[in-house]
Design a protein around this ligand. Structure first.
Ligand code: AMP
Length: 180
């Protein structure tokens, strides 16, 4: 099976620049011959990543909890659509099926997924690359604050160093492909 990247991103924004970013990411996944693991919704950025990945020929795997099948418009065109009983099960399967994690702009759901993949990484539960692609400074405040609390001793350098934050699509994909 080819390299699989799990993408965490918004299920609500309609901002054009964000939808375009998601489309570029989906196209790049396909260009590289990778697979997409996603939350299995066909709305907003989530839908845009999956649609663009498939349009380019990538295999897409969607993982969605049954209570969100309607709300997030289950991506029935996915090559594999896994419907889980719970949100926890969704996250577990998304993590297990991925070789690397890419976070794009998102809200609380995206943040929750990102932090769980990050803490799992620095606590030694996995060794998969974790990348944040942020060309429009969506996360500027978050990472400025994380740097502040690192200076105050609440986060170790090793933990912060596990995350690659970049505004550049090519750099993001290079970091995803880099063995950690
Ligand atoms: P948001 O960033 O809030 O637009 O949400 C993006 C995605 O994260 C959506 O597919 C949500 O269903 C999902 N999500 C929301 N809460 C959680 C959670 N606790 N665990 C995992 N995914 C979540």
């Amino acid at each position: 099976m080819s390299f699989a990247v799990c993408v965490y991103c918004s299920a609500s924004t309609q901002s054009l620049e964000s939808i375009e970013l998601a489309t570029e990411v989906g196209a790049e996944i396909a260009r590289r011959g990778w697979q997409l693991v996603s939350g299995g919704g066909n709305v907003s950025m989530m839908g845009a990543v999956a649609t663009a990945a498939r349009a380019g020929g990538a295999r897409t795997i969607g993982v969605i909890p049954k209570n969100l099948v309607h709300l997030e418009v289950a991506d029935v065109a996915a090559d594999e659509l896994v419907v889980t009983d719970t949100m926890r099960e969704r996250k577990r399967i998304m993590e297990a099926r991925a070789d690397a994690f890419l976070t794009l702009p998102g809200g609380v759901g995206t943040l929750e997924e990102f932090f769980e993949a990050w803490t799992g990484g620095y606590l030694g539960q996995h060794d998969k690359p974790l990348v944040v692609l942020d060309p429009h400074d969506h996360y500027r405040g978050l990472f400025a604050w994380l740097d502040e609390i690192k200076s105050a001793g609440f986060i170790g350098s090793a933990a912060l160093d596990r995350v690659t934050v970049t505004s550049d699509l090519a750099a993001a994909f290079e970091a995803l492909a880099r063995p950690s």
